[in-house]
Structure formats: C-alpha cells, structure tokens
Design a protein around this ligand. Sequence first.
Ligand SMILES: *Cc1c(COP(=O)(O)O)cnc(C)c1O
Length: 408
Amino acid sequence: MSDLAFKAAAAKELDAADELAGLRARFVLDDGVYLDGNSLGALPAAVPDQVADVVRRQWGELRIRSWDESGWWTAPERIGDRIAPLVGAAAGQIVVGDSTSVNVFKALVGAVRIAQDGAGDDAGGRDEILVDATTFPTDGYIARSAARLTGHTLRPVTPGEVPAALSERTAAVLLNHVDYRTGRLHDLPSLTAAVHAAGAVSVWDLCHSAGALPVGLDEHGVDLAVGCTYKYLNGGPGSPAYLYVRKGLQDRFDSPLPGWNSHAEPFGMRAEYEPARGALRGRVGTPDILSMLALEAALEVWDGVPVAAVRAKSLALTDFFLECVDAYVPEGRVESLTPVRHEERGSQVALRCSAIAGDVMKRLIERGIVGDHRRPDVLRFGFTPLYVGFADVERAARVLAEVLAEVA
Ligand SMILES: *Cc1c(COP(=O)(O)O)cnc(C)c1O
C-alpha cells in the first residue's frame, strides 16, 4: 500500500472509532477543513435561532423587563458557572464580560494588590511582576501598564525561567497555559506551586487551552485566571472573556475597575463604593447582552462532553497530523515547532516553513484548508476535537504536500 492509501485507511478507522465524531453535527460547517478554531471557533448550529429570540422577543417585546425576566442581569455569573466545569472550577468563581485584555488588567492589578495586602509590613519588598516573555502581545502590553500604575518593575521571562526568577521580590506572575504561536503547553501545576512557594500570586491566561484540554484551576490552586471565549469555546467574534478569582481570595480581590455592576447594591446608586461578595466583584459595567447570550447558546454544544475525551482526541489528531506531514512532505520543507511530548502540547501544530509561509497558507485556504499564518514563517493549524475528524487531518497534510510541491 502507498503511504497515501495507508494513511487514508488509518483515518477512516480512527473516524469510525471516534466517540466525539457526532458532535460535528452541532456546528455549521462546509466541505472544507477548518483548522482555525484556535482563532475563531465555528458557529454552533443552535446560536442563530437563540440570538434571534434574544433580539426579537427579549429585546423587541419584553424590552426592559428582560433584565429581570430573561435573566440578563445575572448572565455574567450564570455563564461563568457554565464555563467553570470546562476549566476545572467549582461554581461561583467566574464572571463573563469585557475582553481578555481588560480581564488581564483586572486580574494582574488585583493580584498585585493581593500580594501587597498579604505581605503586611513587607509590602515594599514585593516590587516585581514577572510576565511570560513569549506571550501574545496584548498580555505584555497590559502587564507593562499594570506595572507602571502600581509602581512595580516588569520582568519578562520565559515560562521555563520562572522558577529561577521568583524571589521575595515577586508580587505576581502572568503566564500563558498554551503558547499561541508554537502550541507549547506549559506546566500549570508545577509553575503555580513554584509561584506560591515564593509567596507570590499567580495569574494564568487560558485563551489557548480552555475548551481543548483539562485546566484544573481549583485542583492546582490557581489564584486568578482569564480567557477568551471565541476560540475553542466557539462563542462568536468578540464574544466576552471571563475572569476567575479563586474562592479563598475573593474577599481580597480589589478590582482596579470597580464599576457599578460590581457594587454590593448596584441599584442603591450610592456615592460610596462597596464591593459585592464573590465572583461578581469582577464585573464592571453593563454586560454586552447580545454577545453574551450568543455565547451562552454556543456553550450548549458542551452538554455531555467530557473534557478528558476532548483532550484524548486532540492529542490523537495532532499526532496523526504530524505523522501524515512526515509521510507526505519531503524532508526539510517544514519543521514542527510543536512539542513532541504530549505533556507539552496544546491543541495546535505550528510548522515553520521558510519565507514562503504566507503564500503557502494562501494556497491552502484557496483549496479549503483553513489555518493561519503567523509572521514571519509559521503555519498554524488548530485542531478542535468537537468538529475536526481524522480524514480532515489526512486531507490537510496531503494538500499541504501538494502546495509545497508547487511552490518549491
Ligand atoms: C486570543 C488571545 C488574547 C485576545 O485578547 P482580546 O482582548 O480578547 O482581543 C489575549 N491573550 C492571549 C494569550 C490570546 O491567545
């Protein structure tokens, strides 16, 4: 059997044995291969009708009554509780709202304030914030501003350098669970433990892990976390992000954006600010209901889906993609930046592909294989286990080899 026939047969068997295969029907997709769900998740089929109901009935007919009768006011914490099991959190610790960038700000300044308040007389000593030097840029920009505002020094270090960089000077550490560029999964349990051993406060960005793999926020004692909902959670373009504040820290979480929605008595309209109890302390202003309720509808695709099964399939998909690329693409044309070891791999594969990566991705997209290009030379392929199958993976690798042969 040729490599091609052999891999195609293997894909068929893998798809036949895939317990999650039926979930694809919960999405609106076409005949192409969508490998960009790590940038914008596909549309869950239930969303359009539910959004139409929110607009026509809840807004159009009930109007202001919907804040109460349609559950608009409590949507941020209700949807937070819907996300909670996907990231290993008990209820009452997550609120949805604002962008990831804004939540990074709330979480990081909040973390610094917790560190200061915990340090007592010692507070002056904790004057550093560590930030992942390889981070998605927005986290780095926000961290720099948070450091300026709080009078701290920002130290960019790679996640691997964090244990050695921690000291009695460290107030807070902002890390990514999965590197957006390479797909490397960082060791959240051991890094969180190291941050705690140094007496500092941990903030994790889950943008590229939530919905693709188990996170275990409660189990690993993470202090604060943020994430977006439009990647593996399929919430739609610009859907609101979320903020997790561990139960034991909620009373000490002093938000730098204490809007009226986080007030203990928001409709008391009092001049004095008094923070609400619990996760809703992370709220700011009026929630963006249309996006938020689209997200809520989108989260229904997770009903009955165990995250462990999603992780197992994600690893099988990325393994199979790497095998097919290995079999089809001539030696030396691409180089995988994605770790080989499963413990270090998220749900994407990044292939370095010389200077022509942009042209290669353009041709792939023309043939229905949608990934993305990260400058200068990275081809990024995201594998969403809810709607990507093994035949898709085989086809993507095959078309990649064809395209590379053309642009040789
Ligand atoms: C996608 C992503 C963001 C996006 O931030 P927004 O404010 O939602 O635009 C932030 N951080 C990381 C690590 C991301 O992957």
